[in-house]
Structure formats: structure tokens, C-alpha cells
Design a protein around this ligand. Structure first.
Ligand code: ADP
Ligand code: ADP
Length: 219
């Protein structure tokens, strides 16, 4: 369960996020939709404890991210694939994360395999990866701790149509096993087939939320 309550973030004169309130329930994929600059990344960064809110709260399973013990075992996040260390190989990147969060190294290899980066790709430095490969590596990293919550910021960026279908199947399976997914995009077509609910944002505010039927009926 993700709960965002009255969440705001100001950067000087810029209000990036203004009084957002929404929740994401277990077993569902929530599509977080809005144009570039709407405040999606800032909201996700606040949920993941990477930047403090100006006002309001964001919790996962009732607890602020920063107060969760070993958060990567509960929450998997893919926020900025360009932040991955370019000098390490894909396998080294995952092996390091595995050590940091205390999961067996063999799980890193299993995750590389699952995201389609086993073998040759795993031995190449991350700086030689395409954006699509970085997204796959980021998803492997997010899943490493076997979390029950996934927070993915524009994961479809750089994925080809086959990659987008692969991710859709993966996220659907994750939610169907009881997981909670918050998935952002600026493109409805990237999330409409996988999301159960939508939170639509513009200029830092939630402008609509609900199922596709709710939104179409103007509820
Ligand atoms: P989205 O993810 O929907 O594209 P962002 O959360 O990245 O939106 O950005 C929302 C607004 O906040 C934008 O106007 C952006 O320029 C601003 N913003 C985001 N991060 C910062 C920052 N670190 N400093 C100043 N302004 C920021
Ligand atoms: P793909 O067809 O595998 O998706 P792209 O067309 O995205 O590859 O990129 C072609 C090549 O450009 C990649 O093999 C990679 O070497 C390089 N490249 C693309 N995006 C990035 C990136 N974000 N960082 C580093 N190198 C990149």
C-alpha cells in the first residue's frame, strides 16, 4: 500500500507538487499519468525518501520510506536509469546491490536472466548500454530484494514495443501475486493496457483519479 496525503514540494518559486492525495492498493497497477513537468518524478522521489516533502506525507505500508528497515526488501524503485554507474558491468552492478541489501549473489544472476540481460550483455559496461538495456537493468535492480511494492518512473522510455509488452506482462504478474505498482508515463498508450487505476496529474496537482470507466464517465 502506498499512501500520499497532502503532499507538496516547492523549489524556490516553483511548486513542483501541490497538495497531492492518492493511494495505491495491493494487487493493483496504478498508472501515474501527466505531461512532462507535471510533478510525477518529484512525487516518486518523495515516496522513496530521496527528497523531503515541503508539506504532507508519503508512506509505504504505513511507514515513511526513510524509517523502513532495509527498504529495498520492501520497495523496488526505478527512478533514473542514467544514474547507474557506467563503469561497472551489468552483473557487477547487480552483484553490488545484492551485497548491499543482503540477498544471495545467485539472485542477481536470476534477475539478469529474467530481464533478458544474461550472458554477453551482463559482461558489458553499463555505459555501453542503450536506454532500453538500462531500463531492464533498473528493473532487475528494483526486483532484487523481492519487494511487494514497485515504483517505476517512465520505465517504458527507451524500450521497444517488444520490451514494452514484456514489461506489461511482468508488472501484471507482479500485481496479480498481490504486489503494488505505481508506474508513471506521459503517454496514456504506454500504461492503459496494464493499469487498473489512474492518477492523472497536471501542474503539480491531481486532476482526476479512478478506473478508466470512472475517468470516462467524468467521476
Ligand atoms: P515530471 O516527472 O512529471 O516530468 P518533475 O517532477 O520532474 O515532473 O518536475 C516538476 C516540476 O518541478 C518542473 O517544473 C521541474 O522543472 C521542477 N523541478 C523538479 N526537480 C527540481 C529541482 N531539483 N529543482 C528545481 N526545480 C525542480
Ligand atoms: P538499441 O537498439 O539496443 O535500443 P539504441 O538505438 O538505443 O540501442 O542505441 C544504440 C547504441 O547507442 C547502444 O548500443 C549504446 O551503445 C548507445 N547508447 C544508447 N543509449 C545510451 C545511453 N543512455 N547510454 C549510453 N550509451 C547509449
Amino acid at each position: 500500500m502506498i499512501e500520499v496525503t497532502g503532499l507538496s514540494k516547492r523549489y524556490g518559486d516553483v511548486t513542483a507538487v501541490h497538495g497531492m492525495t492518492f493511494a495505491c492498493a495491493p494487487g493493483t497497477v496504478t498508472g501515474f499519468l501527466g505531461p512532462n513537468g507535471a510533478g510525477k518524478s518529484t512525487t516518486m522521489r518523495m515516496i522513496c525518501g530521496m527528497t523531503p516533502p515541503t508539506t504532507g506525507t508519503a508512506t509505504v505500508a504505513g511507514t515513511e520510506y526513510r524509517k523502513i528497515a532495509n527498504p529495498a526488501r520492501h520497495v523496488g524503485a526505478l527512478l533514473d536509469p542514467s544514474a547507474q554507474h557506467g563503469g561497472r558491468t551489468g552483473r557487477e552492478t547487480l552483484a553490488l546491490t545484492a551485497r548491499l541489501i543482503g540477498v544471495p549473489p545467485r539472485r542477481a544472476d536470476a534477475m539478469l536472466d529474467m530481464v533478458g540481460l544474461a550472458g554477453k550483455a551482463a559482461r558489458r559496461p553499463v555505459r555501453a548500454y542503450s536506454l532500453g538495456m538500462r531500463q531492464r537493468l533498473g528493473i532487475a535492480q528494483a526486483l532484487l530484494g523481492d519487494p511487494s511494492v514497485l515504483i517505476l518512473d517512465e520505465p517504458a522510455n527507451g524500450l521497444d514495443p517488444e520490451g514494452i509488452r514484456w514489461m506489461r506482462t511482468l508488472l501484471r504478474g507482479f500485481a496479480d501475486k498481490g504486489g503494488t505498482v505505481l508506474l508513471s508515463s506521459h503517454l496514456l498508450r504506454e500504461v492503459e493496457a496494464v493499469a487498473d487505476r489512474f492518477v492523472v496529474v497536471a501542474r503539480g496537482r491531481v486532476v482526476a483519479q479512478g478506473t478508466a470507466a470512472d475517468l470516462l464517465a467524468g467521476r
